[in-house]
Structure formats: structure tokens, C-alpha cells
Design a protein around this ligand. Sequence first.
Ligand SMILES: O=C(O)CCC(=O)C(=O)O
Length: 251
Amino acid sequence: MRAHIASVDTIGARAFRDDFLLARRPLVLRGAARAMPAFERWTDGYLTKRLGDALTVVRFADGSRARMRFADYLGYVAEPDAYRSKRGAPYMVDFQFRRLCPALADDAPCPLPLEEGDLFASLPEHVRPELCWLYAGPAGTGSKMHQDTLCTHAWLAQLRGHKRWTMYARDDFEPTRGPRAGAIAAEAVLGPGDVVFVPSLTWHAVENVGPSVAVTANFCDASVAADAIADARARGHAGFADALGERMGAR
Ligand SMILES: O=C(O)CCC(=O)C(=O)O
């Protein structure tokens, strides 16, 4: 069965918290990325000036990865036919730009109306995981069905192009078997300026339906902090788990 992901033009912090964040329901916020400085500012020229020589990781359809200079990759997205590979189109994923150019992160503040902000942001920099990324790629690239790290929630702001999203609730999908019988696939297409909220542990897959540039970040609120701490410990990130535990204890 298929359904549309809920979509709004505007939403207040209280309604967002009660009906989506705590209810773990995905939401599309139409046009919410237009207020982010990145929406107007992040032209190829602006990004190349700040990140041009940085090495990015590109992922191919078969899951293999390679490294590419950021400026070369943007040139490729503009003209994908000029670059052919047996492994298919390379997709620039998980590009952690914040530490390379902190000012760029200021261009991309959280576009969700969060009453309490991101708990991770209050942790000391040296234990805090880096969870803010740039994704760019031509039509046909995308990400297979997955859940996000550390049981976090996420937002993604579509800056250019369109992305098709398919989501399943946490118990409705199994990686080796696929969706469970009767599961509802919640779908949406994001266009330039749209933002999607992906609740903790929601399964999601994404396909770029044209050349796409997007910025995304994961975040943690009190409702998922215990899960994030347990997941961090299981992955061996004891310093981070302890710091988040202390932060929760101090609340
Ligand atoms: O846009 C994409 O390809 C994937 C985004 C996503 O699913 C993620 O950041 O977890």
C-alpha cells in the first residue's frame, strides 16, 4: 500500500513536536528551505571557492566508493554525460563540510521548528559526532533503504533539483526480506526549497529525479536520547555516550 507523506506549508513548534517529532511521523515542510541562507547562496561558484580542493567520497550504484575533488564533482553533475563509468553514475554522499568550512554550516541552520534544539549541539566538540552532510548527484543516483545512525532524527533540505522519498515505519521493513505484508510505503517528491523530517529509525530510500543538491543533518531530542546512548555504546563510542548521559542527567 502507498500513501503520501504528510505535507504542510507552515507549522508551529508545538504542533510539530506533538504531531510529528514525538509521534515519529515523517513530514514534508514545503518551502521551508527557502529561508536558509544556503538556498540562495550555495551556487557552484560559492561552494567551489570554499570547498573546491576538498576530497569528497562518491558512491556508485554497486556500493563501491571512490574519491573525487569537490570542484571536479560539481563539474560532472553539470555535465554527467562527459563522465562514464562501468560502475554507473557517481553520487557524492556524506560530505562533511562543517569542519572544513564552519561558515557554510551557518548557512544551513536547522529548518525545523524545534522547541528544544539539538541535544548533540550542547556536547563538547571533541565528543560530538559530525552529522551534517552535503549530498549532490545527477538523475538516477540515490540511497537504498536504510535507517539513520545513532537512532537520530534527521532533516534534509532540498536546495536544487528533485528527490523522490519512500519511507517505512521502523517495524514495517526488514533489510533481507523487504517490506512486511500490508506495510504502507509513505512517499513524497521534494522540490527546490522543500524540507523533509525523517523520524528516528524510520526506513527511507531516496532517488534523485534530476540533478540534485541537498544538505542534511541528524539530531537528537530527549525522546531518542536513551536509544542514542545505547547505540553509541554498542558502536564503541563510550566518550560520546557518557557525555550525552551526563547532559541528560543535568536536565
Ligand atoms: O539524499 C540521499 O541520497 C540520502 C539522504 C539520506 O537518506 C540520509 O541522509 O540519511
